[in-house]
Write a protein that binds this ligand. Structure first.
Ligand code: COA
Length: 166
């Protein structure tokens, strides 16, 4: 898509990143956080990412406007899991379906291809057909479902996990 650029996230992006994430926290069950974050409260999350290594964070802009972010995080803390990451991606609703997510994931997986990362995982809270289609398109394969593993807005949600070989 023309006009979309992706670059490594910087601290100055955290306000826009947090505002976008809060939109999904407050209005949807695609994430199981239940209360909006302040930018300061989101700093420990931001601190897990680096300019190199397996844990990266990228932001997308379209004609100068913040359009979304994608990142890779530790899958689990125990050391032998260090070759696996969990990915995260959020695109501003106004830009959904316009190639922003694709551009972000292409950049993220290009970066991870140069790192010692063997598997990527995405946990998708149901229903989220768009995210399932999107992750399948990037080579993620369904591996299983945790049934009614979370409750948000008064109802239980399944989470289906997807795996990508790198
Ligand atoms: C899911 C999400 C990341 C996709 O990003 P996007 O910028 O909208 O997707 P793109 O326009 O780059 O689409 C890339 C591919 O995914 C597919 N896709 C994306 N959204 C889709 C949808 N809602 N329904 C069907 N397919 C979809 C497209 O068909 C496209 O495939 P193509 O290139 O072969 O045509 C984005 O819509 C989003 O942030 N959704 C809300 C938050 C969320 O669910 N995050 C993931 C939590 S697990």
């Amino acid at each position: 898509m023309s006009g979309v650029s992706v670059r490594p996230a910087e601290r100055r992006d955290l306000e826009a990143i947090t505002a976008l994430y809060n939109h999904f926290v407050e209005n949807t069950a695609v994430t199981f956080d239940v209360g909006a974050f302040t930018v300061k409260a989101r700093e420990p999350w931001f601190a897990q990412f680096a300019a190199d290594g397996p844990h990266r964070l990228f932001v997308a802009e379209r004609e100068g406007a913040f359009a979304g972010y994608a990142g890779s995080m530790a899958f689990k803390a125990k050391k032998a899991y260090s070759t696996s990451v969990e990915t995260t991606i959020y695109v501003a609703p106004v830009f959904a379906g316009a190639g922003v997510g694709k551009t972000l994931y292409e950049r993220l997986f290009s970066a991870l291809g140069r790192e010692d990362v063997h598997r990527a995982y995405a946990g998708i809270a149901l229903p989220n057909d768009g995210s399932i289609r999107f992750h399948r398109r990037f080579g993620f394969k369904e591996i299983g479902t945790y049934h009614e593993v979370g409750r948000k807005f008064g109802r239980y949600h399944d989470v289906t996990w997807f795996e990508k070989r790198l």
